[in-house]
Every structure is written in structure tokens, then in C-alpha cells.
Design a protein around this ligand. Sequence first.
Ligand SMILES: CC(C)(COP(=O)(O)OP(=O)(O)OC[C@H]1O[C@@H](n2cnc3c(N)ncnc32)[C@H](O)[C@@H]1OP(=O)(O)O)[C@@H](O)C(=O)NCCC(=O)NCCS
Length: 169
Amino acid sequence: MSSADIHYLPEQPAHDAEIDLINEEAFGPGRFTRAAYKIREGGPHERAMSFVAVHQNQVIASVRMTWIAAGQGRALLLGPLAVRPAFKNIGIGRKLVAIAVAAAREAGVGAVVLVGDAPYYGPLGFQKIAHGQISMPRPVDPNRLLAVEIREGAVAALQGDVTHAALAR
Ligand SMILES: CC(C)(COP(=O)(O)OP(=O)(O)OC[C@H]1O[C@@H](n2cnc3c(N)ncnc32)[C@H](O)[C@@H]1OP(=O)(O)O)[C@@H](O)C(=O)NCCC(=O)NCCS
């Protein structure tokens, strides 16, 4: 397999079933208890800024983005990000993150937030959000709350409880 055989596409409804299987495989039943999952339960994801990687007509990786609100701030929450085991460590995860962040930038979004490992996301532009600045609906290690700021001040505008943006007034 060469990376030329992998195509990156905007997510379509027809991808949903395969994406569900990829996330089940990657995160197991524990995915339902994660803080980010709780937020994503609050409404739909932003399909226009969610992407898949496809190999021989099969979805092999997915990244989704969901609008969130925290205080006056609005941002996109990146995740879940998952790559099928047979396709790990060839740059697909990094590429999907880069595509999703570029799409956010293109759309004028101020910031992209996620809960994840700083050693992985740091080189992709994500930095730790100040401890205590935002609160997730379930406990998370504050060192895993990361953001890439696209518009100056957009991360500072995120304050307090994080919810799905559809639930914010
Ligand atoms: C994490 C994941 C998305 C990475 O995707 P991928 O396509 O395999 O990763 P890439 O090829 O872009 O990057 C691979 C590099 O990242 C490193 N890496 C992978 N996961 C990492 C992590 N959690 N922390 C730090 N580094 C990590 C690999 O060791 C590798 O390093 P190298 O380039 O020095 O060899 C994938 O392993 C996966 O689906 N994991 C299960 C689900 C998951 O944990 N998702 C992330 C939730 S925050």
C-alpha cells in the first residue's frame, strides 16, 4: 500500500456506519463515558468540517468536529480521531488533523479544542489550555485539554463549562 492509495474526503452520511465501527474498534465501550463524548451527545457534529480517509472504497480513518460553547467563546471540538490498526503510523492521523484544522481556518473559526495527548497534538499546533479556564462535563486530566488558536483571543474567550454549542443561549 502506498499513501497515494489513500484519499481524504469530506465526511458524508454514507460513511456513518463505517465510522461507528472504527470508533468502536479504537475506543471500545469506554468511549461512551468520555468527557468529549458527553459534549457530543448534546447535538450533531459539524459534518462540513469532518473528514475521512478512504482506501479501496473503505473508510480507514475518521476525524469529526463539533461546535462547542464555553462562556462567550465558540470553537470546534476535534474528535473522535481514529485510524484502523492496519493503517496506523503512516501519517493518516496527522493528515486528518491538519485537514480539519485547515478547514476550520478557511471557515473563519477562532479555535479548535480537543482532549488528547500533548506529545501527539503539540507538533500539530495544539497547546495546553490554562488549567481551570474551562470545565468539561466529566473529569479530564487538565494536561490533555489542548487548543489551536486560529484567531487571536479566541481561546481566551472560552471560559467555564463547555457544552455543545446547540445548548448555549
Ligand atoms: C492516535 C491515532 C489517531 C494516531 O493515528 P496514526 O495515523 O497512527 O498516527 P500518525 O501516523 O499520524 O502518527 C504516528 C506517530 O504518532 C505517535 N503517536 C501515536 N499515538 C500517540 C500518542 N497517543 N501520544 C504520542 N504519540 C503518539 C506514533 O508513535 C508515531 O510516532 P513516529 O512518527 O515518531 O513514529 C491512532 O493511533 C488511533 O486511532 N488510536 C486509537 C484512538 C485514539 O487514541 N485516538 C486519539 C484520541 S485523542
